[in-house]
Design a protein around this ligand. Sequence first.
Ligand code: ADP
Length: 652
Amino acid sequence: MAWGGGGMGGGGGGPIMGGNAAGRGAGLPFGGIPSELQDGVDTLLADEPVHPDPDLAFSQRSSDQERKRLTLTRLLTEYPRTLIWASILVVVISIVAQLGPKLTEIAINDGMSPGHKSMLVVAVVAVVYLVAVLVTSVSQRAQVRATGRLAAWVMNDLRVKVFTHLQRLSLDFFTEEKAGVLMSRMTSDIENLQQLLQDGLWQFAIQGLTMVVITVILFLTNVRLAFITVVLILPVLILISLWFRRSSERGYDRVRDGIANVLADLSESLHGVRIVTAHNRQRHNIVHHRNVVGEYRDANNYTAQINAVYGPGTQLIGVLGQAALLAIGGNMVLHHQLSLGALVAFFLYLNRFFQPIQLLVQQYNTYQQGQASVAKLRQLLDTEPSVMESADAVELGNIRGAISFDHVDFGYDPAVPVLEDVNLRIAPGETVAFVGPTGAGKSTMAKLVTRFYDPTSGRVLIDGFDLREVTLHSLRRQLGVVPQEPFLFAGTVGDNISFARPDATTAEIEEAVVAVGLTEVIERLGDGLDTVVHERGQSLSSGERQLIALARAFLAHPRVLVLDEATSNLDLQSETKIEAALDVLLENRTAVLIAHRLSTAMRADRIVVVDEGRIVEIGSHAELVAAGGRYAEMYATWERQADLEGHRAITR
Ligand code: ADP
């Protein structure tokens, strides 16, 4: 269902569609566009670029290209032309930006010294200087654009790649605890990398190259002074920088841990505020928080101290070095071993020489964080789905819908069995209800039918095909799943109903709506099928959400339906509606029902009683009641309760 462009079939619409044509056409969540604005809107829409569906094929198995290991180099070389262009610009910037002092030397020596006074030389040098500054500036602009573009595209591809990988992974991967970690992979790790690719790496390259260029120029200017600089001053600077890097890494680790602890403690206290108050733990909490905050403060203090040593320390070394060089260089000028211009140039270069070292140390941190993020993302991308499509999986043709469990054992953790030796045959078109206590393994059996997991041993078959031998796509195309708590996605109610079949026509959607008895509900919503679902459908009642999920399943026309009955207490009216919808939905389909209410189980063709991972009874309602086993017991309890409630309702 399209948001723009009148996907809902223009002006006519069916009886259950509300809102006026204009509002619906634009997919806007209000009554429509005032007629005086219509012309403007039409003009705007006419200029809107068409966004065709990207030509994207999703396959359950990753391609060889996608399986290549993620490294920083591989990321960078994905767009070789931009990379080469950016590298050329980096070289140009590193060289051209360093021409200034050399030009100053020429101006002093050949334009301003006694005996060499020349306005022309000074003027020419000034113009060349200006050109050099312009070239540097233009190159810097081009470089920032090129690296920004490179980073944007590389990160775009990486985001899609990680997301595609997540779509492939099996359900066991997405446990509650992982969601937070995954979000941080997709946000902070990707941002670290973006920072590195956009700025960090290039600054690193420019500063490194600048140092090389300046060293060469220093040696060309005067070997003796250059030698003193490189042998005396540089090693001290490098040593102090190495010390700084090690200490600051340790310091920033402590700062990061510190802030994480502060936030964790804060969040826990806020979430648990009722329990804290109820149990008089406020004082204890404050003491604990004071300790956590104290550790964070100490960590910040530590990094401040290191910075206080490093910044002024390197400056001091620089100044001491310059003083020594001034004495030596000045002496050389006096003895005519060095020109005045060369000494000035030397000093100007010297200042520029120390700066990159400091910047390089800073950029190194960015580099390390980026590398750590690459390693974490690589680990994520290297995770294999636990339910793999076999290389020679066959397309499952149209099935009749016979399901069998053949000596199935299963455990989420193979060491802890959840299902043991389950054998069951479900005929095409049959409705089977699973009943039993919570944790018995009912949902687990259903998850094996949809191949969300594979059995540890034994086989699950559909029309005689082992599920592991067919492609996941062809299998799931013919399966419908209605979960206990239906998930509604952002979009309109219509979008949500046609979720499994986005190409469904309005007439088909309406047919589904009528079939499951949703008509009244849709009519009540302001914009009919175009009503936008907010906050995962929180504005709808749970019964209404259930009906939408049933309409979704109906529209998909699956041969086999797996339905986890909602446990939430529905009012009698909703329950009746849902039961009627189920009758329509289950007709002519094989269905596995996880029944939480015996009233639902009773309607099934057969009932399977599951307990502690084993099937303990199978039969129709009447058969099982007659047999006097577990089911009969459950039924008797249920009847007593129903009687009691009925009695209460009457006496009330
Ligand atoms: P039922 O649907 O009958 O209430 P389930 O099939 O959901 O029971 O659960 C059967 C057993 O498997 C329970 O002991 C439950 O704790 C365990 N279990 C369910 N889901 C998972 C999971 N994702 N990881 C580990 N154990 C699970």
